[in-house]
Write a protein that binds this ligand. Structure first.
Ligand code: T4K
Length: 408
């Protein structure tokens, strides 16, 4: 435990985590099950293209999400691109800027303009009250995000989409195993897209899936995912290669079996952090609604102006200690290229996104993080903020580009 400023690594003390504690360490399932399935895959010599493990993964995911169709993809970004095509999205699509850049890129990559909407300061999700002013004759849909796995305002979004004849798709990358009003995320809007990237609750090394109850849409997704091929030597339309391979499905299936354990560990860490960080001036802890199923995959702090340190000062200090906290999602997509150059005006119009993006700190959790580590990280945060003004004076201002300099 650090007691004096000199104990802090940023001022020459030893790092609390010399081996580094990272956000996003993968959750790994049972290795023997994984290897047995991989052996079986090799025996079969069937490695991709609708193999038996992909089909099993799709079936289990569809059942868990309570939907008729699950179409596994190579990753969520390609899933978003394919669902955008299959839904006929074109022109402009309304999307929050407070999200991972993939949400916006999936549209722009297909020459669909992402029209950035501001967020709700309390939920970090798209603000439905600001959507209708952004609708133009070119608008074809809304792509909302369940940020941190906390459901987007589903009722309001559904009503707006209906009223204006828009498609509604959810980027549900964060929301595997979460519910809204007791119903699993996955069954809302026209379709939802999950990510199974290594850093996600459920990982398939890389992977994603589009889930939907719409039979025609599912058929379109399956076709587009496989070059539009409709049979031996027959191509029915335009498509791309969005297929998940068998090794990914095997990892996904194995992690699916461990999912409840992963969530229990995340939940334990969430509560341990909440207890250890309670009552620090200027710090707000991002809470989950425990009347719902939550996956607790993101531990998010928000630092306000009276925290004593700026967000970037705190993250730099943590990085020096070996705690590689992250600033998801800073800056908002509207301030990243190409959007900053394409539509410089939007930067002025997203004050809440800018505010939240300037405050957030994501701390490490997951199965690689035990309670002792949580205690230590929370102790560092508490010490740093208790000593905020003294540290800030000694550290001086920290520019965004300096925060991760120590990592090389
Ligand atoms: N929509 C949303 C809302 C998303 O959050 C994401 C992905 C997507 C769409 C797109 O989904 P995919 O197409 O990827 O399926 C990471 C992930 O790469 C990205 O998938 C994820 N969001 C995002 C939130 O985080 P970076 O740029 O932060 O990655 P990187 O390399 O810095 O790694 C993150 C942390 O995880 C580091 O602390 C290192 C650690 N890590 C990473 C990997 C890959 C490991 O410990 N082991 C690993 O194998 O984007």
């Amino acid at each position: 435990m650090k007691r004096r400023l000199e104990d802090l690594a940023i001022f020459g003390g030893p790092a609390a985590f010399p081996d580094r504690l990272l956000v996003g360490r993968p959750n790994l399932g049972d290795r023997s099950r994984l290897f047995a399935r991989l052996e079986d895959m090799l025996e079969r010599r069937w490695l991709t293209n609708d193999g038996p493990y992909v089909l099993e993964f799709e079936e289990r995911l569809a059942a868990r999400a309570g939907v008729r169709h699950c179409v596994a993809m190579v990753n969520a970004t390609v899933g978003l691109e394919i669902v955008a095509r299959a839904c006929g999205l074109a022109g402009e699509v309304i999307v929050p800027a407070f999200t991972f850049i993939a949400t916006a890129h999936a549209l722009q990559w297909q020459h669909i303009t992402p029209v950035f909407c501001d967020i709700d300061e309390r939920t970090h999700n798209i603000d439905p009250a600001k959507i209708e002013a952004l609708i133009t004759p070119r608008t074809t849909g809304i792509l909302a995000v369940h940020v941190w796995g906390r459901p987007a305002p589903i009722d309001e979004l559904t009503a707006i989409a209906r009223r204006h004849g828009l498609r509604l798709v959810f980027d549900s990358s964060h929301a595997v195993a979460c519910t809204w009003r007791g119903r699993p995320i996955g069954g809302f809007g026209d379709a939802e897209v999950f990510s199974f990237h290594a850093t996600k609750l459920l990982n398939a090394f890389e992977g994603g899936a589009v889930v939907t109850d719409d039979d025609a849409l599912a058929a379109g997704l399956r076709s587009m995912r496989n070059f539009g091929i409709s049979g031996y030597d027959e191509v029915a339309g335009l498509g791309i290669n969005g297929k998940m391979n068998e090794a990914s499905a095997i990892m996904g299936l194995t992690c699916l079996e461990g999912l409840d354990d992963f969530i229990a560990i995340n939940r334990r860490n969430y509560h341990a952090y909440r207890k250890a960080l309670a009552g620090i001036a200027g710090v707000q802890y991002c809470e989950y609604d425990e009347r719902e199923s939550c996956n607790y995959q993101y531990i998010v702090l928000e630092l306000s102006g009276d925290a004593g340190l700026t967000r970037d000062q705190l993250v730099k200090l943590l990085v020096a200690e070996g705690v590689v906290a992250r600033r998801y999602f800073s800056p908002g997509c509207h301030r990243a290229e190409p959007y900053r150059s394409l539509a410089p005006g939007t930067a002025m119009g997203l004050p809440v996104t800018d505010l939240v993006a300037g405050r957030v700190v994501v701390l490490p959790t997951g199965t690689a993080v035990d309670e002792a580590a949580v205690e230590e990280v929370a102790g560092l945060v508490r010490f740093a903020l208790d000593q905020g003004p003294a540290i800030a004076r000694r550290l001086g201002p920290v520019r965004p580009s300096e925060v991760y300099e120590a990592l090389g």
